[in-house]
Design a protein around this ligand. Structure first.
Ligand code: DP6
Length: 311
């Protein structure tokens, strides 16, 4: 018995940062994201009564803590299915692990879907997002199609992936595993004196992103997304201990983007819990921006993508 699922990573236009319930991974505020076509995780879950324990195989290697987190997610699904069968999990990413590309999002979305399938659970998409959320908060946004909103316990599609031909040009500036995981960062969010301020500003910014999506107003979308990125990193950098995810290359690219924009190109950046820069633009600007970037960096060009699905 086996099932294979593929799930995209996603880039948050409005970030999830901080949880009011760490165990249930309930966010303080809604977040909005776009699924990424070229950053995917493919996971196979195989069951057999010959297996005496769960095993996890990953081509990039897993730490002990990561294996535990995978098994905890399997336990959850196994319990819901009323099964005692052990599983063998094989997983592979199309992008470097833990470089701030939310590998936990695509990872837990693919794992949840494949495991739910092989254990015979018949879950609605909403229920799947709730389950994926328990593995990793941002994973719930990798289940629905295209442009996705996560509110309270579940996530849903605002618009399908074909709705708006945007690009997320991901510039990889470091491959090494990041120092502080986002999971640990969420836990100290209240140590930033600016977190309360962020929460006050979010409702209006979320409305701007939703309106920009509705009207396909790229400038409005880019401005709000970039603002939210800077706002989240301001909180991160003022947490105790401070979380400094940017490196020199991150800043060079951010400054370039601001310069390109000043010269009239509608282009914006956003950054998650790592140094890599996501360049947001409309499809007709892709070539121009790749040319401006030159060939000093590894880039992954993403389009809006469908959500997790069984292969
Ligand atoms: C900065 O979803 O990785 O990427 O719930 O602990 O797994 P856990 O956290 P995670 O946090 C993602 C944080 C972020 C912003 C975002 O994707 O919204």
């Amino acid at each position: 018995m086996r099932a294979t699922a593929i799930a995209p990573a996603n880039i948050a236009l409005i970030k999830y940062w901080g949880r009011k319930d760490a165990k249930l991974r309930l966010p303080y505020a809604p977040s909005i994201s776009m699924n990424l076509s070229a950053c995917t995780t493919t996971t196979t879950v195989e069951l057999s009564d010959a297996y005496v324990k769960d095993t996890v195989e990953f081509d990039g290697g897993f730490t002990e803590a990561e294996v535990k987190r995978v098994i905890r997610q399997l336990d959850l699904i196994r319990k819901k299915a009323g099964s005692s069968l052990k599983a063998h999990v094989t997983t592979k990413n199309s992008f470097p692990k833990s470089a701030g590309i939310a590998s936990s999002a695509s990872g837990f979305a693919a794992l949840t879907l494949a495991a739910a399938k092989v254990f015979g659970l018949k879950l609605s998409q909403r229920e799947l997002t709730k389950m994926a959320r328990l593995g990793s908060g941002s994973a719930c946004r990798s289940i629905p199609d295209g442009f996705v909103k996560w509110k309270d316990t579940y996530a849903y599609s605002l618009y399908p992936h074909g709705y708006w031909d945007l690009r997320d040009i991901l510039v990889i500036v470091r491959h090494a595993v990041k120092d502080v995981s986002s999971s640990a960062g969420h836990d100290t969010v209240q140590t930033s004196p600016y977190f309360a301020q962020r929460l006050l500003q979010l409702p209006a910014r979320i409305t701007r992103v939703e309106r920009a999506l509705k009207e396909k107003n790229f400038r409005m979308l880019g401005e709000a997304a970039e603002e939210d990125c800077l706002d989240m990193h301001h909180v991160m950098q003022t947490q105790r201990p401070a979380l400094m995810y940017w490196n020199d290359a991150t800043k060079v690219i951010m400054n370039s983007i601001v310069g390109w924009r000043a010269s009239g190109i509608p282009v914006y950046f956003t950054i998650d819990a790592g140094p890599n820069v996501h360049i947001l633009c409309e499809a007709n600007r892709e070539k121009e921006i790749l040319k401006l970037l030159g060939n000093s960096y590894q880039v992954i060009v993403n389009k809006p993508a469908e959500g997790a699905h069984i292969l």
